[in-house]
Design a protein around this ligand. Structure first.
Ligand code: GUN
Length: 167
């Protein structure tokens, strides 16, 4: 077992939330709820429990979670996690034309769906994200909400792995 998970199983709820709150962007309430389900036998069980908190949340909380994410190449002040994710996809090193393309895609996507495009930046590069925008824009709102939550779980799984296995 991850030594960090053993500590989180045995520690206080506050310690658990402090460590795992950032797994879902600006949404530590999911980690707080999962704290009540301890102990977790291994990282897979913990990941699943966090996912279940999101999947079983009321619709308005799911939408709020999607909306808690920043636009890629947007103007918001980023969490440390978001900053690293955007950098890993090469989004902090764009030409002026690429920045412009992201801004136009962000605006068109938000105009249609009312929330930002969510795609796991660490599993993509700027090119694949720019390709995804027009494809995702063709979907209906229900499919995009589903896609956004699936991508959020990928983002969360990578964040969880980092937290539990970092030295
Ligand atoms: N918005 C779209 N993709 C991402 C991502 O991978 N991380 C964060 N924080 N926000 C996003």
């Amino acid at each position: 077992m991850s030594p960090k998970l053993a500590k989180l199983n045995a520690g206080t709820e506050e310690e658990f939330v402090a460590a795992l709150g950032p797994v879902y962007e600006h949404s530590p309430h999911f980690a707080r709820r999962a704290a009540g389900k301890r102990p977790f036998a291994d990282v897979d069980h913990l990941r699943h429990a966090l996912q279940q908190e999101v999947n079983h949340a009321p619709e308005e909380e799911k939408i709020a979670l999607i909306e808690a994410h920043p636009d890629l190449v947007g103007r918001a002040v980023l969490t440390a996690e978001s900053q690293g994710e955007q950098a890993s996809a090469g989004l902090t090193d764009l030409s002026a034309d690429e920045v412009d393309a992201f801004r136009r895609h962000n605006a068109a996507y938000r105009e249609k769906f009312g929330f930002p495009l969510i795609i796991c930046a660490r599993m993509n590069r700027k090119e694949t994200i720019l390709e995804a925008f027009p494809q995702r824009l063709q979907n209906d709102a229900a499919s995009e909400k589903k896609a956004a939550l699936a991508e959020i779980h990928k983002i969360a799984a990578l964040r969880l792995h980092d937290i539990l296995w970092a030295n």
